[in-house]
Every structure is written in structure tokens, then in C-alpha cells.
Design a protein around this ligand. Structure first.
Ligand code: UGA
Length: 464
């Protein structure tokens, strides 16, 4: 099958390379010539584990190519996939790029000799595919959807940092086709994927994506809200509380050997510094404003957002309780990426904590194993120091705040760090270190833990 992917960003490129690995002839089209050149040279324009080797394999075999020219790339394609950005705007999401892609594809549709299916992969609110995208396509082509060409919504479920694995081994594929022919063509495109396929309408497919992200974000804010309460009651510890919650048999299944298997979703039921990235915050805002327009305010999801937005300030308050006035204090923020295994700092909790520290008058030094100095300056401004070495970042600082659960932070030489710090205070916002790992000199502050006036709380048991 010949597939043309419009937009070689994160979703487009992973999807294109994944489809090429399934044996399809894929061409990724992007307006950015340097991106196209990079793909042709088998180098992803962003960091994603496994993607470079997938490019190596698929470009070398001739299954994947890239181009800036939609016209020549589109000719003879069975399917085109719209995978362009849908950034936030004041009223929800900005559909400019989706509309432009639909119009460009629409203009090319009349010259297509066979039935062609247009697929919306970008995350869009329900009704977008079968109203806005459909209208743009029909207007530009003079053709009729379902009769002359196919149309479908087919959301992506790719987590940054494991997107290649998520594409190769998906939990599910959701095909929201407008017509039966499109449904069959997309089922054939994913023929080799061994996972449940949900066949539904474009609107339901679009909504599955939002509901899936919304429930995960809700679990995180729920845990953070419980943590906030625990922090105010001496002796309460969210870690112990949630470990007890996780033991409910509805959260685990029993393996053949009698051991309990916990689903990965349980990691979302743990307190931390909050969620960030290009998906959760934007998607929750978008679905809330979509619902509000319909007169159905999503009260729970609005609270999920506001609990999350308060998170950075609460972390800084927690630190202030230990250090006193933060004015003039130096704080090392460990972790600027919104999660491990990515260099993405969009809406990152580490960046928000850095901003709150600056507002409180602290001086900030940052460290991240993958985020560059330039990206740190772009997100926090030039007044923030940056060190590529964690010990150097800690030197002379009053405290360290761990904002990203990088594995490296678990393995750091904390004895050496303790020596460099002015005051040996670590606020672990991601539950990555335990007091056993830290030298006695350290004061370990954890989210969700109510301190007994100066006495350390008993250590929480290891995770389940
Ligand atoms: C998320 C979803 O998990 C994917 O299923 C979805 O396809 C994707 O959005 C998307 O819409 O494209 P992603 O944003 O890459 O994927 O990352 P997650 O691993 O879900 O983490 C999101 C944020 O929540 C991160 O800031 C992470 O640190 C935070 N998080 C995650 C927590 O604070 N606690 C947790 O227990 C788990």
C-alpha cells in the first residue's frame, strides 16, 4: 500500500516509519527542508529512542522516503495521513494546519486514479473530521466524501520516549471511518498489527483519544490532591496511602505462579510534580473548552487542570518551609524534560518550578541529561544557570529539586553531591530516591508527606 504522511513531526514521522516497517511504501511530506534532508539521511529531527534505527532500516530498504513536494508524493497513494500540529489557542485548538493540509490534499484528489482515503491522525475535537476536514476536502476537490474518496479519524496513542514501541506493539487501533470502503482500506493498512481494533465513527474515534488522555491526567491530579492533604497532616504519607490503594484487587491480576501483576496505569496513581508535555495539558484544555461551548462544563476535568497548574507553586512552598525565605537562595532544578527519555520541555513541570523559584527571588541552576543549554535558556530565560554535570549544578546550591524521574538521578553519587551543597536538602518531586540512598547528612523532602515537627517520618515501603 502507498501511504503519504503530511507532517513529519513527532507523530507523523513515528507513524510513517512504523508503517514503512510494516511493509508499506511511505513518503513523509514536510514544509521544512532540513527535516526532510535529515530523514533522508536517516536522522530523526528530535530524540526518540529507537527511531534512528527504524529510519536506518526503512530508508535503506526504500520503504520510507521524505519530500517537501506534496504533489509528487501524493500521486498514486492509497492513503494520506494528516499528522500536522494542533496547537492551543484561546478557544481550544488551532486547526489552521489541519485545514491547510486538507485543502492541499483536496486539490490533488481529482487527479487520483483510485479510491483514496484521507486520514486525520492529528488530535482534534469530536466532529472535526466529518465537518471541518470533510468540508475543506470537498470544497477543494469538488468531490463528495464516501462516494468519491474516503475519510477517517485514526487517533494516535504514542507516548514520548516509547513511541516506537507503542507503534510496534499497540494497545489498540481506533479506526473511525466515514464509510465502509475506508474502513476496509485502513484495516488492511494495519493488517499486521496484533491488537484489538475498534471500528467506529470519526466522532467516537476522536473522543476516544481525549477520554483516554483525560483519565490518565485525572489519576495524576487525584494523587496530587491526596498528596496535598497528606502534606498538611503530620505523619501522613501519600506513598504509603497509595500503596494501600494499589492493593485493591481491581488494580491487579494474578499471574499463573500466584504473583500479582499491576497494570502500568498504576504509575499514574502516585503523587509528583504534576503532568506536562505536548498532550495532557493541551488536550484537557481543548476538551474542556469544546464541552463549555456546548453548555456542558466539564467540572472534574477543569479541576484536574487547576490542581496541576498549582503544582509548581506548591513544590516551591514546600521548599520554602524548609529553607525559609527563598530570596537569594540558590536552587538546583534536576530535570527540565517533561518526562524521562525525551528532550521535550513543553509545559514541563521542571520549567514551571524554575519559574516559580525565580518569582520567589531564588537563583536557579538547572541540569538535565538531555535538554540542551539553549533549550533551558529559551524556556527559563538567560538569568538561569545551566550545568551539564549534576555535581557542578549542586555546587554551592542550598537545595536540589528533582523534577524529572530520570534513571540517572537514582544512580547519582549523592555522597559527592552532599559535599558540594551549601545545605543538604533534596526535594524529590518524582519519588526517585529513598532516604537509604542518600547520606545521613541529607534532609529528604518528598511530596505528599506531612512532617512531624522536625522528626523524620518513617520511610515508606518500596513500591509494590
Ligand atoms: C500521553 C499518553 O500517555 C499517551 O497515551 C498519548 O498517546 C499521548 O499523551 C498523546 O496524546 O499523544 P505522553 O504525554 O508522552 O503521552 O506521556 P505520559 O507518559 O503519559 O506522561 C505525561 C505527563 O504526565 C508527564 O509530564 C509525566 O511526567 C506525567 N506523569 C506520568 C506523572 O506525573 N505521573 C505519572 O505517574 C505518570
Amino acid at each position: 500500500m502507498k501511504v503519504c504522511v503530511v507532517g513529519a513531526g513527532y507523530v507523523g514521522l513515528v507513524t510513517g516509519a512504523g508503517l514503512a516497517a510494516l511493509g508499506h511504501d511511505v513518503i513523509c511530506v514536510d514544509t521544512d527542508p532540513s527535516k526532510v534532508e535529515g530523514i533522508k539521511n536517516r536522522k530523526a529531527p528530535f530524540f526518540e529512542p529507537g527511531l534512528d534505527s527504524l529510519l536506518e532500516q526503512t530508508v535503506a530498504s526504500g520503504k520510507l522516503d521524505a519530500s517537501i513536494d506534496l504533489g509528487s508524493s501524493f500521486a498514486g497513494a492509497d492513503v494520506s495521513i494528516i499528522a500536522v500540529g494542533t496547537p492551543s489557542n484561546e478557544i481550544g485548538i488551532d486547526l489552521t494546519y489541519v485545514r491547510e493540509a486538507a485543502t492541499a490534499i483536496g486539490r490533488l484528489l481529482p487527479a487520483q486514479s483510485k479510491f483514496h482515503v484521507v486520514v486525520v491522525k492529528s488530535t482534534v475535537v469530536p466532529t472535526t473530521t466529518d465537518t471541518i476536514v470533510r468540508q475543506e476536502l470537498e470544497l477543494a476537490s469538488g468531490l463528495i466524501a464516501s462516494r468519491d474518496f474516503g475519510l477517517a479519524a485514526n487517533p494516535e496513542f504514542l507516548r514520548e520516549g516509547c513511541a516506537v514501541e507503542d507503534f510496534t506493539n499497540p494497545d489498540r487501533i481506533v479506526i473511525g471511518a466515514l464509510d465502509d470502503r475506508s474502513r476496509q482500506i485502513l484495516a488492511a493498512m494495519y493488517f499486521k498489527c496484533e491488537c484489538p481494533i475498534v471500528h467506529t465513527t470519526p466522532r467516537n474515534a476522536e473522543m476516544v483519544k481525549y477520554a483516554a488522555n483525560a483519565v490518565l491526567a485525572t489519576l495524576i491530579s487525584f494523587s496530587n490532591e491526596i498528596a496535598g492533604l497528606c502534606e498538611t497532616v503530620p505523619g501522613l504519607d501519600e506513598n504509603i496511602v497509595m500503596s494501600g490503594v494499589h492493593l485493591d484487587r481491581r488494580w491487579w491480576v494474578e499471574a499463573a505462579d500466584g504473583t500479582r501483576i499491576h497494570p502500568a496505569i498504576l504509575t499514574y496513581l502516585r503523587a509528583g510534580v504534576g503532568f506536562g508535555g505536548s498532550c495532557f495539558p493541551k488536550d484537557i484544555r481543548a476538551i474542556c473548552s469544546f464541552a463549555a461551548e456546548r453548555g456542558v462544563p466539564l467540572r472534574m476535568l477543569s479541576s484536574v487542570l487547576s490542581v496541576n497548574e498549582e503544582r509548581a507553586r506548591r513544590i516551591v512552598d514546600l521548599l520554602g518551609k524548609e529553607l525559609g525565605d527563598l530570596k537569594g537562595k540558590r536552587v538546583a532544578v534536576f530535570g527540565l524534560a517533561f518526562k524521562p527519555n525525551t528532550d521535550d520541555v513543553r509545559e514541563s513541570p521542571g520549567v514551571e518550578i524554575g519559574k516559580q523559584l525565580l518569582i520567589a527571588g531564588a537563583s536557579v541552576v538547572t541540569h538535565d541529561p538531555m535538554v540542551s543549554h539553549q533549550a533551558a535558556v529559551r524556556s527559563l530565560g538567560g538569568s538561569v544557570d545551566y550545568e551539564s554535570d549534576a555535581q557542578a549544578a549542586a555546587t554551592g546550591a542550598d537545595a536540589v529539586v528533582i523534577a524529572t524521574a530520570w534513571d540517572q538521578y537514582r544512580r547519582l553519587d549523592w555522597v559527592a553531591i552532599a559535599v558540594k551543597l551549601k545545605q543538604a536538602v533534596v526535594l524529590d518531586g518524582r519519588q526517585v530516591v529513598s532516604s537509604e540512598q542518600l547520606p545521613r547528612k541529607f534532609k529528604l523532602l518528598r511530596v505528599g508527606r506531612g512532617e512531624y515537627g522536625g522528626l523524620a517520618c518513617p520511610e515508606a515501603p518500596k513500591t509494590l
